[in-house]
Structures are given as C-alpha cells and as structure tokens.
Design a protein around this ligand. Structure first.
Ligand SMILES: [Zn+2]
Length: 292
C-alpha cells in the first residue's frame, strides 16, 4: 500500500467499493492500483497490485504478497531481515530493523520510489532530511558541483538552500592543490640581463622533425622575454648558453650578471660552471620544486 500515485508505475483509478480497514474500524479509500519494483542489481523484486491509499501515513509492503509474487523467503532477525530466493537460496536483499519496522534501503528502490522517499520521507522507512548544499558536498566525499547539482535535480538529495556552482570548500582547495601558493617576490630586476632564469626540458616523447628531443630556455627576469634553443643532447647546454650570452650582451649592450636554474647537473657542474665563473656570472640555484 502506498500513499501517493507517484510511488507506482502507470496507476489505474480504482472504481471498486472495497476499502482498507484500520485498527479503529475506519475504512480508508483506495484511489488507484499499480505496480512497482525493488531493484537488486541485475534482478528485481516485483511489487504487484499496490493499493494507493492517500490517507496512509506510512507505505507498507505485504510480506505474504511479496514472497508469493517473487518466490522468495522473508526472514526476520533481531538485527534486521533477509530476503532469499527460494529456488537458489541466494540472498536478494538485506535490511535493518528500525523502530520495529523493516525498512527497504533507498538504493534498492526504483527511481520513482526514491524520488518520493526524498520528497515525503515516509516510504517504507527511508527518510532524507533537507540539508545545505555544503553539507551534502561534505557528506558525499566532496564531489564536483556538476555531480551535486545532478543529484539535486534527480531529487536524490534534498537541499535546503539554493545551489551555487561557486560554492567554496576549504578542504577541496587544499586537497586538490599541488602545493601552497607562492608569496610574491620582493626582488625586482632593474635592467635587461641582470638576472636570467634557465631550464632544460626533455627528452620529449616525440622528437621534432629536425631530430631535437631537448630544449633549453632562457627567461630574462626584467622583461620576461624567452629564448628557446632546441638540443640533441643535454650536454649541448653550454654551446646554447654561449650563443645566448653573446647575442644578448651584444644586442642590449649589457653584461649578464646573475644566472638562476633548478640545479640541473649540466648547469651547475663541470665546464658550464667553469664558464660562469670565468665570465664573472653569479650562479643561483632555486629551491627544489619551486619553479616559480
Ligand atoms: Zn570539498
């Protein structure tokens, strides 16, 4: 028995004279009759001939009808209940006991039933209380706003406030960020070639058409201009740097003063280091994992 036609599929008006008799002898009017089902993964339990009785406060399932229509056994225990297939003995559904009733879990109900359980909170015992969007976001393991909105649209969750795609969550910000934001540097370059940042990238999974798997990049700290040189080997770094230094110093009529890199061996050791020292260029190595 159900209290609303939303709970049944294709409800047909009931024109008979029969009613549902309750404890105090009153007869409750039956408005419609229809069917529904309880989903169990690949199988489902049929709920046939559901009587729609608008005056009902709770929706009730007849155990006799359920077991007969589905050839199953309904076993009650102090902790809950189990529905087993009579032919195979396979457990079809397990549920708890609550307030001396055996509620059917919401996930087992068909979509129309779930919708109703959310709106009315009375279907066979599953209740869902309205909560703010932010609470649902935390309860469901911090899903994205699209997922949350879809759940709200499908009436699978009841939200007490208006949905906002710009909802801010501290935990998400911290959890989905790779690292904390960097503070702005107070150091400002006053001229071209005062400080040059350098990095080597590669090997590339796809070699260029000219056969270069690496590149070295030089970034001027003053105006952020970038110079990029393709390389066949990492050991070509010094030749590229020499080209860049000669070109830059000649074009801008300024001496390169500071050279900053991430500590790559080719840039801080051997002949590269000797070249920097010989030309009076100071080497600065940035802290690990702080490319900014
Ligand atoms: Zn979050």
């Amino acid at each position: 028995m159900a209290s609303h036609t939303d709970l049944v599929q294709q409800p047909l008006p009931f024109n008979g004279t029969l009613g549902v008799y309750v404890g105090n002898g009153d007869s409750l009017h039956i408005s419609h009759v229809g069917n529904s089902s309880i989903h169990l993964g690949t199988k489902s339990l049929s709920l046939n001939d559901i009587l729609v009785v608008p005056q009902l406060k709770e929706n009730l399932v007849s155990i006799a009808k359920l077991t007969k229509d589905n050839n199953c056994v309904f076993a009650c225990f102090p902790w809950g209940y189990v529905i087993k297939d009579l032919a195979t003995g396979v457990i079809l559904l397990k549920g708890p006991v609550k307030d001396n009733l055996y509620p059917i879990p919401a996930h087992a109900l068909s979509t129309s039933l779930r919708k109703f359980s959310c709106n009315n909170a009375t279907f066979v015992a599953h209740t869902t209380k309205a909560a703010p969007c932010s609470t649902w976001h935390r309860r469901l393991g911090h899903p994205g706003s699209k997922i949350l909105q879809q759940l709200a649209t499908d009436k699978l969750i009841c939200t007490s406030d208006k949905f906002s795609s710009m909802m801010f969550c501290d935990a998400c910000q911290a959890g989905k960020s790779k690292h904390l934001p960097f503070h702005l540097s107070s150091r400002i370059s006053t001229r071209v070639l005062e400080l040059v940042h350098c990095d080597i990238w590669g090997p590339s999974p796809t070699v260029t058409t000219s056969g270069y798997p690496y590149y070295i990049i030089f970034v001027d700290d003053y105006n952020r201009y970038c110079w990029l040189y393709p390389m066949r080997r990492r050991s070509d770094s010094l030749a590229c740097f020499t080209n860049f230094k000669n070109m830059g110093e000649n074009q801008f009529n300024q001496r390169l003063q500071l050279f900053q890199c991430d500590g790559a061996k080719e840039l801080v050791e051997g002949i590269f280091r000797s070249f920097l020292d010989a030309n009076g260029i100071s080497l600065r190595v940035s802290c690990p994992h702080t490319s900014q």
